[in-house]
Every structure is written in C-alpha cells, then in structure tokens.
Design a protein around this ligand. Sequence first.
Ligand code: ADP
Ligand code: MG
Ligand code: ZN
Length: 503
Amino acid sequence: MTVTELVSYEDALASYDPVMGLEVHVELGTKTKMFCGCSTELKQDANSQTCPTCLGLPGSLPVVNAIGVESAIKIGLALNCEIAEWCRFARKNYFYPDMPKNFQTSQYDEPIAFNGYLDVQLEDGEIFRVEIERAHMEEDTGKSLHVGGATGRIHGASHSLLDYNRAGIPLIEIVTKPIEGAGTRAPEVAKAYVAELRELIKALGVSEARMEQGQMRCDVNLSLRPHGRAEFGTRSETKNVNSLRSVERAARFEIQRHAAVLNSGGTIVQETRHFHEEDGSTTAGRIKDNAEDYRYFPEPDLVPVAPSREWVEELRRGLPELPRVRRNRLREEWGVSEHDMQSILNAGAIDPIVATIEAGADAASARKWWMGELARNANESGRDLASLPITPEQVARVTVLVKEGSLNDKLARQVIEGVLAGEGGPDDVVEKRGLKVVSDEGALGTAVDEAIAANAGIADKIRSGKVAAAGALVGAVMKATRGQADAARVRELILEKLGVTEG
Ligand code: ADP
Ligand code: MG
Ligand code: ZN
C-alpha cells in the first residue's frame, strides 16, 4: 500500500473510531544490569561488559538488581498502580542471536504493577485519562550489526557481529489498556501520553528517558471500528517508534491506512509494522497472531519478588511532585499562558529556568534568556538546552549584571556568546572582552557632544521640537561606544544638552 492510496484523515475519522494501545519500554539508569553485576555504561568496547550470566552460559545464576525493583515500584506508584504483594519473573522463550540464553527474563501474568492511570494534558488544556494495564520488569537484548551490505540490514550482509553489552540492561515495559474515545485526537493523545510518561520517568530519576538514544521507545497498537460498534477491530503494532513526533505520525498514518483497507473491503492483518522517519509511513513486519507461543513459565532461578508494604509506602512518600502538577504550579508562579508553558516544556527549558531562578534571577529574565538566545543557540548547534556549556548560575549572573545596569541586552548577548565559546564565566568574559556599559557620565557626555557636533542638521531638528529625530543621535553614540552605552541615558543626555524636554 502506498501513501497515495490512503484515505484522508478527516474521511477516516468520519467513519471510524480509533482504539490505541501503547507499549513503552524504558531503559533504567541503574549502574549495573538487571540480573548480574556487569556495568550498564554505554559506548564501551563490544562485549567488554559481559559475564557468564548475561551471556547465558550454562551453570550461571541470575540475581535481581534491587534498584531495578525499586525503580519499577516507583514507576508503578507514580502511575497510580497497585503494587503486587508477590510476583515472579517468567521466561519468554524464543531464539534470536542477540539473546544468548534463548529466553528473555520478563514478567508475564504476575507483573509488579498493574491497574493504574496517567492523566495527560492536551494542547487546549483538556485532561485525558489513559488507563494503565501493567508495568513489568524485564531485560534488554544485545545488538546485532550486519556487515558487508549496503543498507546495514541483514539482507545483503556478508556476516553479522554481536555485541552483548546491552544484554541484561533493565527495562520496564508499561502497557496501556485500550485507549478509546479520543476520536480525532487519538494521535495527539498518543504523543501527549508518551511525553507525560517521559517527564514522569525523568522526575522519578529512574532513567534519563532519552528517546533519541533508545532509552525509551514506544510500540503503537492501533485498530479502527465503525462508529457505534462495540467490538474492537484487528490491530496493527508499529514497533520501536523513538520520538514524540513519530508516535503522533505513526498513529495518524495507521488510521489512514486502516481506513483505506477497510473501505476497500479488505481485512487488517494482525502484524508488526516498521515506522519510516522519512515520510511518516509504516510497512509490514511480521505476522503476529495472539496464539504466539513463547511457552512462558515462571523463572526457576530467581526468587519471587515480594515487596513489603512498609517499603512500598516509604517509596510512595518519597515520590516527587508529579510533572503535570509542578508545571501548573510553575505556570502560575511565572505568570505564563498554557501555550507558552507548552513551548517551554517542548524546549526542555523548565529545569534550566527553575535552576536559574534559584540562582538569583527573576522569572521573566530567566525565561527570556533560555527561550531566546540560548534556545536559538541550542537549535543551531543541534544540542538540547541542558547540554549547552553554560550553567544556570552563569545565566543568573548575566541577568543580575543587566539588572544592576552594568550590561545592556546587547552586551549580555555577547557575554553569553563568550561563555558558550568557552571564554570563562560571565565576569571573565566582561573583563576579557571589555564589555561594560559606559556609564561614566564624563565619557558619555563627550560622546554625546561629539555626536551632536557631527550631526548639526539633526541636532537642529531636535532643538526645533522634532524629538523623534533623537533616535539617530542615540544610534551614533551607541556606534561610537561600540554598543556599550546605556541607550536610555544617552537619550536623556542628548535632550538635556539640546534643551528639549520630552512632552
Ligand atoms: P502484545 O504482547 O501482542 O504486544 P500486549 O497485550 O502486551 O500484546 O499489548 C497490546 C496493546 O494493545 C495493549 O496496550 C492493549 O491495550 C492494546 N490493544 C489490545 N487490543 C487492541 C485493539 N484491538 N486495538 C487497539 N489496541 C489494542
Ligand atoms: Mg506488543
Ligand atoms: Zn553480566
């Protein structure tokens, strides 16, 4: 099926209701793997972070990572789930070269957390409740690298290399109940849910949840049913979607594709699908029916997990303020609109702004620099705000220098540029580049006198009452002082010297 055969989004929604199910995998930020003591540090030499357990060698025995369990409980609690009093791991049996044990240690019918919900805020402020089926613990697989072909895919490759450094890294899989009733907003709900979940995971401190690095990935299940019908249609499952925008696009595309198939009298095949970033389309993966037999059975080598109620309650008490609640509180404190807050969130600027305010800046200035100069710089250099080489303390210092009048905005921009270029902190850059507002009245007076003398015609106009012409003289003084004068003060001086009062 090609893109041109799709039904328009509006037409699809005119006949059908979408039902979605989102499965999100989060890689935990634990120091060691889920069932062995190997390091989880990325980008190390292939297979350097492996041991008999994560390589699945005979006779090796797994041990559960306590921080992994704690993180799973925190996620479950933050998602308003019940926490199992007793649960087990299960073996999900299948063969794939990136999984040397020939089974994945996962959880099946006894997940650690179940029956919860996450309220997500849509762009117009409306709250949509997404119900959570379960959150369970499992482990990641290794990575295969297909060599010798043009595409990096297995087809056409001459051989494959396997790196088991990732095998055994803890994952939490969070599965929603079927999401119904979102109508035309289904793709928006999908995106908002993953975005909110990501914020939540970050706030809990259990993972950095960087989607672009695969630390968080989403499978988008989608089906359509004609308006008024109760039974669900057959679903497709678009795998490993790894950005918020892609989650939205994948859902949208599948709605249009399903509608096209159904309208033409065809049937939807229950299958996995691959998402393509380039054009937002999906293509068929493998057929997947519900009877897939993984021969799940309880893991005999691991003890059951039975978190005491005291521990669970202690973790509940330690939960941070939920991101949505915090956002609303900050929005009111800062006095910004829903829309502006959304932009701040999208830019990843909430934490930098909060830290800058804590370091002494006022809210408006902190917002202005992070959402202006710094956001632009981050954009141009393809980085996120948090990884720019400037600290919130340094930004706060710049705002203080502006406030006390030693810098104007133009100079402040140069200071920030200097800090970003590695020239030191704000005070170092001011010193080295000689960037200080000329506020010495004597020096300013001379510069103003010179500008008046050099622009006699303009000066006359001003004397005769055309105060608006003062702008040109201000410009001349600013140029002569390389932008380091306080423009408002210059204007005052000019009018004073020419004997005019603004009126
Ligand atoms: P699988 O192991 O096949 O991925 P799961 O039960 O783990 O199955 O996940 C399926 C996801 O899809 C869940 O989020 C579920 O709520 C959702 N889902 C189930 N049936 C449908 C359907 N007909 N249409 C859309 N989503 C569905
Ligand atoms: Mg699935
Ligand atoms: Zn190991």
